[in-house]
Design a protein around this ligand. Structure first.
Ligand code: ADP
Length: 338
């Protein structure tokens, strides 16, 4: 079979590999026995490979990992490896059975897609900036007159262009994250002032919702990228408003916990199932369901938010109950001197 198949004992020692492994790697049974299977794994993935494998052995949970294997000619190809424990009737692990599947082409296609997203969003940025400028000029010149049709048309175009601009800049962020070039300009600032500013902005466009701010963090300072943290807070607030069409209240809470500042955004909206809660921070993940279909979106806001917070050494998470609402929280280290 084309897949690599391997087994391990309860302690995690690998004791069998099918012929495909030897054919691919060009190694003999003796060479694998003598120097171990790890020799075919790319050096960059070895430490993580060992860590995840030992974690699977100690927890008894499935092993899933993507890593490169060295082919006989010295080239490396990406593989997706998975292993599951085989248990006796008492639930004790007897052995592990694993497979590795070549995903090189899928990886290459994913890279091409990321490159394409980056290129397209970059190219769209200049024309859309120019359109935005002209619409603002048109609004200044003609948007205050008697002509209701013209006023409405300009407002509508302006709104749609803002949505498009947001989408393009999010796509650009995604591609920056993928290529590792999302840079942070850190400075010292009062996070609670930033929260207050953003609440005012969000209220301005979502007048139907009441947004309360409970500040228990006083004048707490952080050393962070103000625009990027602002982007996270805006995103959480807009989501809270968007996903709570019936109970129009959102609570924002800032508090100091040890040396961290915790910010939480609570809504009383549609909530999120446990199984979806783990996935919503992934790229392009949107909850599927007739409830969610009502809300437009792309499923990248939370992915970007999580990346920004993690890059600042903070944490982000969600607690939620379907039908009751959600609490999105993040923490950042409280630092007075950058
Ligand atoms: P989107 O643009 O789709 O809102 P996000 O990355 O911001 O993208 O969110 C991902 C998904 O998480 C959403 O599609 C939605 O299903 C869910 N979600 C996010 N925030 C909330 C919330 N406050 N209440 C309920 N569901 C939410």
């Amino acid at each position: 079979m084309p897949q690599f198949v391997w087994t391990g004992d309860a302690e995690g020692n690998l004791n069998y590999f099918n012929k495909a492994v030897y054919d691919y790697s060009g190694l003999s049974i003796e060479e694998v026995e003598k120097n171990g299977w790890l020799q075919i794994v790319h050096p960059d993935e070895r430490d993580e490979n060992i860590r995840l494998w030992m974690q699977a052995i100690t927890t008894g949970k499935d092993f899933v990992f993507e890593h490169r294997f060295r082919r006989a000619d010295g080239d490396y190809r990406w593989q997706l490896s998975r292993a599951i424990p085989q248990k006796d009737i008492n639930g004790n692990i007897k052995m592990w059975v694993g497979t590795s599947t070549d995903i090189q082409e899928i990886k290459e296609q994913a890279d091409e897609k990321d490159y394409f997203i980056g290129m397209v969003s970059h190219e769209l940025k200049t024309p859309i900036t120019s359109i935005t400028g002209y619409i603002q000029l048109l609004q200044l010149k003609y948007g205050r007159g008697e002509d209701h049709f013209l006023n409405n048309a300009l407002n509508t175009v302006n709104k749609q262009v803002s949505k498009t601009t947001k989408l393009i800049s999010e796509l650009l962020d995604v591609s920056k994250i993928k290529s590792g070039s999302l840079s942070l300009n850190k400075e010292n600032f009062k996070i609670t002032s930033l929260i207050a500013e953003i609440i005012t902005e969000v209220k301005h466009v979502n007048a139907g919702h009441q947004i309360n701010f409970l500040n228990e963090a006083g004048e707490a300072m952080v050393c962070a990228d103000r625009d990027r943290i602002g982007q996270v807070i805006t995103n959480l607030l807009i989501n809270a408003v968007k996903y709570s069409p019936d109970v129009k209240q959102v609570d924002v809470h800032a508090v100091i916990n040890n040396n961290d500042i915790m910010v939480s955004v609570t809504d009383f909206g549609i909530g999120i199932k446990k199984t979806d809660q783990e996935k919503i921070f992934e790229r392009f993940y949107r909850v599927e369901g007739k409830n969610e279909k009502r809300f437009p979106g792309f499923g990248i806001g939370l992915f970007i938010a999580a990346e920004i917070i993690q890059r600042h050494g903070g944490k982000i998470g969600v607690a939620s109950e379907p039908g009751k609402g959600s609490v999105f929280s993040f923490s950042l280290p409280s630092i007075t001197d950058c």
